[in-house]
Design a protein around this ligand. Structure first.
Ligand code: LMG
Ligand code: NDP
Ligand code: PMR
Length: 401
């Protein structure tokens, strides 16, 4: 089936025409930073890097051939008076076709300050979701990304690089949760699907995109990996069985393939709910390891968060119908941990673009008044030695070492 996906792509980024922008400097800044900060900001690098490309490039996205018209992003163009406006930020969000990712894409796109690259495994679903959410065409681009295939991750990175766009923020958001699975299922490379997708796919993506982030000229560059309360055993939610526990990582070391090693990180019996919680611990540990290795050198902000319990998302699609029926009212009226997709999206959007949330190495949460605070991670989710070991083992599994 030949799909004309080109017609579905937004034509390109809009270019702020010289002298046309009537937006004030402050309004056009994703960070609301002061004029003096803008002036200090050195654009020479960006003008070198984003030479106007009027040629059309062909990108291969899985079985679909896509023609993406690549033009200069709406980068700061000098106005007649020689003033500079800050260009739109470019943020990649994985799994932006539903739930938290989609709500975040919408919040950022609607601010007018961001162009969102939706990294999604189902191209048409993502296009439809963006349209249904009312995201303006010029504020998003769908690019194919299947985190359950390392080839797809590498292809995505290649396609992104060829687009000539800068990368200002990367959000590792996509996840699968398989609480009712009796037997493990596997990624293309044969890793148990939850850890393979949620951790290993994102680990490779983040490592390969780090260079892109480093090269960005944006005032605040960020790499965000979505975590969760259920991976943290210092909370009530994290104590609902089965609990996260990475053990001595023997299953991870063995490749999580269920053949010559267990499909579980700790080497135990397969349990889908535990595998998901384990993957979230890996996400939170990976964020901290990135921080230790790269924050000082690159200035990139590394962060994780628990956005609240978004009990209505597609995450629970594999759970039994009774759970899906009772879980939202349980969270709303009993635990009071419930948040809407919109509220959760605005929280993640804050971590992407708020000037006050630039601290690196932090796991953000929100209190009852929806104010953000730096939360404590469980002992395991802040274990430095484990973080290093997971990093090294993951490097081997994804072919980086
Ligand atoms: C597992 O079951 C499944 O086996 C697994 O397949 C997977 O789905 C997994 O996490 C997903 O869940 C979990 C199961 C077992 O919990 C249940 O959901 C059963 C419901 C039990 C009903 C309890 C009564 C609650 C009253 C609410 C009534 C409303 C109904 C709505 C229900 C909606 C569904 C959620 O869990 C148990 O075994 C139950 C025990 C729960 C214990 C909670 C944890 C106690 C922790 C105490 C230690 C605290 C220490 C930390 C301190 C931190 C302080 C800050
Ligand atoms: P959803 O299921 O709504 O969204 C998950 C997204 O991940 C979907 O867009 C899905 O794509 C995508 N995805 C799954 N597998 C892949 C893959 N192989 N390649 C690319 N994309 C993939 O769930 P949520 O919005 O709830 O989850 C988003 C994040 O929030 C997750 O990291 C989750 O752990 C976290 N979280 C969620 C909480 C909640 O209460 N819901 C609480 C705490 C954290 P598709 O649309 O094609 O299925
Ligand atoms: Mg949990 C006390 C607060 C609280 C919070 C904030 C959550 C969040 N949960 C809480 C409590 C409880 N939950 C209690 C007391 C129970 C036993 C009845 C309970 C049960 C429960 C189940 C069965 N909760 C769950 C499940 C799931 O299948 C979800 C899960 O573990 O997914 C991995 C889940 C969740 N509870 C949460 C959150 C945020 C989730 C789901 C998503 C996630 O962590 O990403």
């Amino acid at each position: 089936m030949a799909l004309q996906a080109a017609a579905l792509l937004p034509s390109a980024f809009s270019i702020i025409k010289e002298g046309k922008s009537s937006v004030s400097l402050k309004e056009s800044s994703p960070f609301g930073i002061s004029l003096s900060d803008h002036v200090k900001y050195d654009f020479s690098h960006s003008s070198l890097r984003f030479k106007r490309k009027s040629n059309q490039r062909k990108h291969s996205i899985g079985p679909i051939r896509v023609q993406a018209v690549v033009t200069t992003p709406s980068i700061n163009q000098a106005t007649n008076e020689g003033k500079k406006t800050l260009r739109q930020g470019i943020v990649v969000i994985t799994g932006a076709s539903s739930g938290l990712g989609l709500a975040t894409a919408k919040a950022l796109a609607e601010s007018g300050k961001w162009h969102v690259i939706m990294g999604c495994r189902d191209f048409l679903k993502a296009e439809r979701a963006a349209k249904a959410a009312g995201i303006a065409k010029e504020n998003y681009t769908v690019m194919h990304l299947d985190l359950a295939s390392l080839d797809s991750v590498r292809q995505f990175v290649e396609n992104f690089k060829r687009s000539g766009r800068p990368l200002d923020v990367l959000v590792c958001n996509a996840a699968v949760y398989l609480p009712t699975a009796k037997e493990p299922t596997f990624t293309a490379e044969g890793f148990e699907l939850s850890v393979g997708t949620n951790h290993l796919g994102h680990f490779l993506l983040a490592r390969l995109m780090l260079d892109e982030l480093k090269q960005s000229d944006f005032p605040s560059k960020r790499l965000i990996i979505v975590g969760s309360i259920t991976g943290n055993t210092n909370t009530l939610a994290g104590n609902v069985p089965p609990k996260a526990n990475l053990g001595d990582l023997r299953g991870l070391a063995g490749g999580l393939n269920g053949l010559n090693s267990s499909a579980m990180i700790d080497g135990g019996e397969f349990d889908g709910a535990k595998a998901y919680k384990d993957s979230k611990v890996c996400n939170m540990l990976t964020m901290q390891e990135f921080h230790r290795r790269y924050h000082e050198e690159t200035g990139i902000t590394f962060a994780s968060l628990y956005p609240g319990c978004i009990a209505t998302t597609g995450l629970f699609r594999e759970h039994i119908p009774l759970f899906r029926l009772l879980f939202p009212p349980f969270q709303k009226y009993i635990t009071k941990g419930y948040v809407s997709e919109e509220e959760a999206g605005s929280r993640l959007a804050q971590v992407v673009s708020e000037p006050s949330l630039t601290k690196s190495g932090v796991y953000w949460s929100w209190n009852k008044n929806s104010a953000s605070f730096e939360n404590q991670l469980s002992q395991e989710a802040s274990d430095e030695a484990k973080a290093r070991k997971i990093w090294e083992l993951s490097e081997k599994l994804v072919g980086l070492a």
